[in-house]
Design a protein around this ligand. Structure first.
Ligand code: NAD
Ligand code: DAU
Length: 354
């Protein structure tokens, strides 16, 4: 008999959001055994979990979710009661460069996990759950008005969002066809500590700090709805414990920003913190070639999650941005580790050569 009340596999736990989810679960539920399954791609970094990796209910398995044999071995070894599935290729620009990598991990990897969950839970579904973490990008692009609700039709437009939409469909198919207990959440853009600096906010923080050009795609008028990553982790906790099986919950910050306005705020925060004259970092802004198929606007209607399960974001954006900037300024060693090596090659392909 295990001393733990539940064993949860968290895939992609060494990444940005996954590491926040693991931290929350491992600390809040000492009676849960939390097994982080991660292939440690360029985006996965065990340094993200240094503060909790010695806790007795945390375990790490270095594995690729597409490797059915290895993952089968983990299901056998741990007898998972639940899976919280975050492992994915997650960066839209990379999906434009190399779509097949996204099909492999996001579609095939999800199918491998679903199939093993079905096999291991076939005889007894009670108290089992496959929680699939997805994105608002599956809904496509909004015009100037309106919101994505759980009923919005899927309309993905990048290889990344198409691969995530495919994985969502597979999850729903396993629910309808096999009765696999599943739940899905679709979240808007996250920000906070430990985000790999290929994404907008940490990339801009890093470039402002090092006085490199700030590459704004197109006219900078695209809109994103930003959510503090720890609020996303809290939402996952709520849905994991209280969400209805077979359902989808949208998660968002009700916090829309045009990219260019957000970059101006970041410049201003950093000018103050770095003792530079007000407005000096905005001089680094460069308008560059737009992302192909660039979605204009994302905005989530998260009222279902609020009305039914009582979740709402905890942090104001300006406060969250300050905290995020502080974290990056205080963790330059982390930034140096993750931006050495392969990152330089990606940066050259994405920003210098094109
Ligand atoms: P991330 O890129 O920071 O981390 C992904 C993690 O998955 C890494 O640790 C990586 O090593 C691991 N991984 C990748 N391929 C793997 C494989 N084949 N096998 C095992 N592990 C593998 O991603 P993130 O931003 O933390 O996103 C996590 C999840 O949340 C993704 O499913 C993403 O689609 C979703 N999501 C992200 C956001 C956002 O704003 N970042 C918003 C909504 C939803
Ligand atoms: O909406 C949720 C999604 O948010 C997640 O599913 C994805 O995993 C996550 O990467 C994010 O996707 P985006 O494409 O919205 O995030 P990104 O940080 O790449 O870009 C945010 C906006 O900033 C987008 O309009 C493109 C723009 N941008 C981005 C970068 C990296 C720039 O103008 N310049 C840049 O250098």
């Amino acid at each position: 008999m295990s001393a733990f009340s539940k064993t949860i596999a968290v895939t992609g736990g060494a990444g940005f959001i996954g590491s926040h989810v693991i931290r929350l679960f491992v600390k809040k539920y000492p009676d849960y055994r939390v097994v982080n399954i991660d292939a440690l791609t360029y985006a996965g970094n065990l340094e993200n979990l240094e503060d909790i990796d010695r806790l007795p209910n945390y375990f790490f398995e270095h594995a690729d979710i597409c490797d059915e044999q290895v993952i089968n071995g983990l299901y056998k070894k741990y007898a998972f009661d639940a899976v919280i599935h975050l492992a994915a290729e997650s960066h839209v620009d990379r999906s434009i460069m190399d779509p097949l990598a996204f099909v492999r991990t996001n579609v095939l990897g999800t199918a491998v996990l679903l199939n093993l969950s079905r096999a291991y839970w076939e005889k007894d579904h009670s108290n089992k759950l496959f929680y699939h973490v997805s994105t608002d990008e599956v809904y496509g692009s909004l015009g100037d008005t309106g919101y994505f609700t759980e009923k919005t039709a899927y309309d993905p437009r990048s290889p990344y969002s198409a691969s995530k939409a495919s994985s969502d469909h597979l999850v729903k198919a396993y629910f309808h066809t096999y009765g696999l207990p599943v739940v899905i959440s679709n979240c808007s853009n996250n920000y906070g500590s430990h985000q790999f600096p290929e994404k907008l906010i940490p990339l801009m923080i890093n470039n402002i700090l090092t006085e490199k050009p700030l590459p704004v795609y197109g006219k900078g008028e695209n809109v994103r709805d930003w959510l503090w990553v720890e609020d996303h982790a809290r939402a996952i906790d709520t849905i994991f414990h209280e969400g209805k099986t077979g359902e989808t919950y949208n998660i968002g910050g009700h916090n829309e920003w045009k990219n260019i306005d957000l970059i101006h705020v970041l410049c201003s925060i950093m000018d103050k913190k770095l003792g530079r004259s007000e407005g000096s970092s905005t001089g680094l802004i460069r308008f560059v070639k737009d992302r192909s198929g660039h979605d204009l606007r994302y905005a989530i209607d998260a009222s279902r999650l609020n009305n039914e399960l009582g979740w709402k974001p905890s942090l104001q954006f300006e406060e969250g941005l300050e905290k995020t900037v502080d974290w990056y300024l205080q963790n330059q060693e982390w930034v140096n580790h993750v931006t050495s090596g392969q990152y330089q090659q990606f940066y050259t392909e994405q920003y210098i050569k094109r």
